[in-house]
Design a protein around this ligand. Sequence first.
Ligand SMILES: [Zn+2]
Length: 398
Amino acid sequence: MKKIIIIIISILLLLLVVSCTKDEKLTTEPDIVAFYSVSYADSTLTWKTDLSSRSIIQYSTDSGFLNHTAYSIDAETTNHSIKFLDLTSSTTYYYRIKHRREDTISYSNVWKFNSGTVTPSTDLLKIVYIDVKNGDSELIITPSGENIIIDGGYGSYGYDTWNGGGQTLTLNYLNSEGITHIHYMILTHPHADHIGGLADILNAGGGNTFTVDNIYDNMISHTSNAYIDFLSGVSDHTEANYIFPALGSTISLSGGDFVMKLIHSKDNMSSSETGHYLNDCSLTYHLVYKNFTAIFSGDAETVAIDKMIQYYPNDLRSTVYKVGHHGSYNGTTRAFLSKLKAVACYIPCGANNPYGHPHDQALTQLADYHIDIYRADENGTVKLITDGVNTFTMIREK
Ligand SMILES: [Zn+2]
């Protein structure tokens, strides 16, 4: 009898050990890639998949609106580990894992974790793709705290809902963040949908609201009121260094970890070339922060894009792509996307705009290259934060 009891206890212990060490397959819907061993500790979620995939976690404190998406900067893997950059201590977060493998996307169920004690992340780069309707405006805040603004949307020069209706959207955003010091202001080209909001910033408070250290212009004059007012604002800001930056020149900050390089300007263009000269002269900057990269090509079209590929074939890799020319058919090419190898993109397009932006051709190409698409008309302002090492996170307004 004693022997039988010992055997039974041994069998039970063996079963217990097996059940503790065997990975439990977690439910997915649809069940295309299996997830195992999801665990949270120290702001980091780790898990395994049976097939290699790109890591994406959608999360939020609101189980019905998972508007934060954390991506791994690294390539596809089966052993996933993503650090959350913006958690608050002792808070319940809901999340689901989105798995992308080639053309297939699948989601886990929604689970939750408690953040526990969170040590705030440091040395973060922030990029805000400001919703200025069918215009461009990006705010970059470097890890060392400098503010760089690229374009400003129509601002007060808009006149309809698709272009902002005269709202000073970029100025409002800077005010809401308490920003009064612009270290670098970059005008890609002088069309109103890019320059209007910059004129608003320069002229705010009679030219006294903002201190501006550097203004980079592509130096092609324009007859529009927005450009005239922009130049008036420039002349008021005598503290600013107003220049046409040289091709290949860089903005190097954060101890050299953050570098923005000018990879295209009118110096690469001849006015006799086909296409839209003004758009094709857009100042184009490529950003590098450790392992993270991004590109801002203004409204550069195919002629300009081909030159970037020709002159900087190895400098174009971009984790996140500000889609060129508002998602027009002529702002993106397959050859360009094959160089960018982007994970996500933002299309600055206004609802019901008369240009039909974004065009189906661009959307198809972005989808074919498996790039997650964020759009101004559907997602509003999108904030990006990254440690430059492991993770970048996109936070949708809607
Ligand atoms: Zn534009």
